[in-house]
Write a protein that binds this ligand. Structure first.
Ligand code: NIG
Ligand code: FE
Length: 430
């Protein structure tokens, strides 16, 4: 045991102790690749000391206790409980109006995503529901969903626009996301995605020009007005057959970079158009979906800093047989994250523990890989790898206490919520 003189002890405000099992990815410089995704740190009889919303120490109980002063500190008992970092969902479309339950029923009758979209469903159906909603409506709906998401262990998540598909409606969505970020505990990463679908009655080329010349600058302007750093906003494009071309994606990305925004892409969901290689070349933080990724693009991702965000809930909810080739990607050294893709159509699932279950069942990941993918690697996918996603000194105290004692029980319990307590920035969420 390390001997520490009492006067050097740190006065903390929150102690989680004793902890049955503390499980966390732990790497000085992430994201984790290859075997490192599976080799997480596990501490039995652990403790976490927190001060001013940050972790001061996380490790063996005796050692942590020897380094801290507890005058007036609150203690949370996690005896026999599993404790992990807060889950991070790097891909959602959680702000939308209306719902698409009829599409679910159509899919159960054997209709594909494309057939449903061709009959007036899909993204354009949510465009109608979203345009009918006011900013206040969108905020109200988003807030309810974020409460549920938090209760399932997600402490940070990315949220995209993309159901407005005209200047004002896209700005309304962005305004709702920025407002939601400031009014509830789940930290949001805003993504501007007017290039989610071409609105009906508009030519694709004309729409892309409008996105570049008008909508992206207006989004940057809105961020400025709300005192939100433009550099913390992402731009995403749905680069796929029937949506946007590789050339459209490149033009939109050039503009986003010139405005100081960061990049993400919906790539290779149905067909590979080359967006994954483009994402690597242009420094995107993530390329998402990747069901139809080519072998050469797997190699490109492995040697780039771009994170592969896999969305097993979407292939599950779309009732597809295929899933992204996660095993090959991990074995080849791609930094793999997982997200929910929570949206009204292709994946009406927000529970990250459920997504971890699917990652194990459908993507062949271990429970430890699924945890790394849902915490540290998803933090890197949203540019936050140095603040969140690990239980370690200096990291934000975003923590989940589970009603189970072993990590492998999280994916196993996929059908019920085994989250007991969520702590965000050192504060217990009630
Ligand atoms: O990520 N693929 C594109 N966008 C969403 C689908 C959204 C929708 O169907 O509303 C997705 O799956
Ligand atoms: Fe998506």
């Amino acid at each position: 045991m390390v001997e520490v003189k009492s006067d050097t002890k740190v006065q903390i405000d929150l102690l989680i102790s004793p902890i049955g099992e503390l499980a966390t990815p732990h790497l000085d410089s992430g994201p984790a690749r290859g075997n490192a995704m599976d080799s997480i740190k596990k501490v039995h009889d652990g403790a976490i000391a927190i001060k001013d919303g940050l972790i001061v120490y996380a490790g063996r109980r005796e050692e942590v206790l020897s380094k801290v002063r507890l005058d007036n500190a609150t203690t949370i008992d996690a005896t026999n409980k599993l404790v992990t970092p807060g889950l991070i969902d790097p891909h959602t479309h959680l702000v939308f109006g209306g719902n698409r339950h009829e599409e679910f029923a159509m899919r159960c009758q054997g209709k594909t995503y494309k057939e449903i979209a061709d009959q007036g469903g899909g993204i354009v159906a949510s465009m109608r529901g979203t345009r009918e909603a006011t900013v206040q409506d969108l905020i109200g709906l988003g807030k309810q969903r974020l409460e549920r998401i938090l209760a399932h262990g997600t402490t940070s998540c990315e949220v995209k626009t993309g159901y407005g598909l005209d200047r004002q409606s896209e700005l309304n969505m962005l305004e709702a996301i920025l407002t939601l970020d400031s009014m509830q505990p789940v930290e949001l990463t805003p993504t501007f995605m007017p290039a989610h679908a071409v609105p009906p009655g508009t030519q694709r080329e004309a729409y892309v020009t409008e996105v570049i010349e008008d909508m992206l600058p207006a989004a940057a302007e809105l961020a400025k007005k709300k005192a939100y750093p433009t550099s913390a906003i992402y731009v995403d494009v749905f680069c796929d057959e029937g949506y946007f071309t590789l050339e459209d994606t490149k033009r939109i990305f050039d503009k986003a970079i010139s405005l100081g925004m960061k990049l993400k892409v919906h790539s290779d969901e149905f067909k590979s158009l080359g967006a994954t290689a483009l994402a690597c070349e242009m420094g995107a933080h993530s390329a998402d979906h990747l069901l139809a990724i080519t072998d050469s693009d797997i190699d490109r991702l492995a040697s780039s800093s771009c994170v592969a965000v896999l969305l097993p809930g979407t292939s599950f909810f779309l009732n597809l047989k295929e899933h992204a080739p996660a095993r090959t990607m991990i074995d080849k050294g791609v930094a793999v994250a997982i997200g929910s893709d929570f949206n009204p159509g292709s994946c009406h699932i927000f529970s990250m523990p459920f997504i971890m279950g699917l990652a194990c069942l459908k993507l062949g990941m271990t429970a430890a890989e699924a945890l790394t993918a849902a915490t540290m690697n998803s933090a890197y996918a949203i540019g936050r790898g140095e603040n969140i996603g690990q239980l370690r000194e200096g990291y934000q105290a975003d923590i989940v206490l589970w009603n189970v004692s072993k990590l492998a029980e999280i994916p196993y319990n996929m059908g019920w919520n085994s989250v007991e307590t969520v702590i965000k920035k050192g504060a217990k969420c009630e």
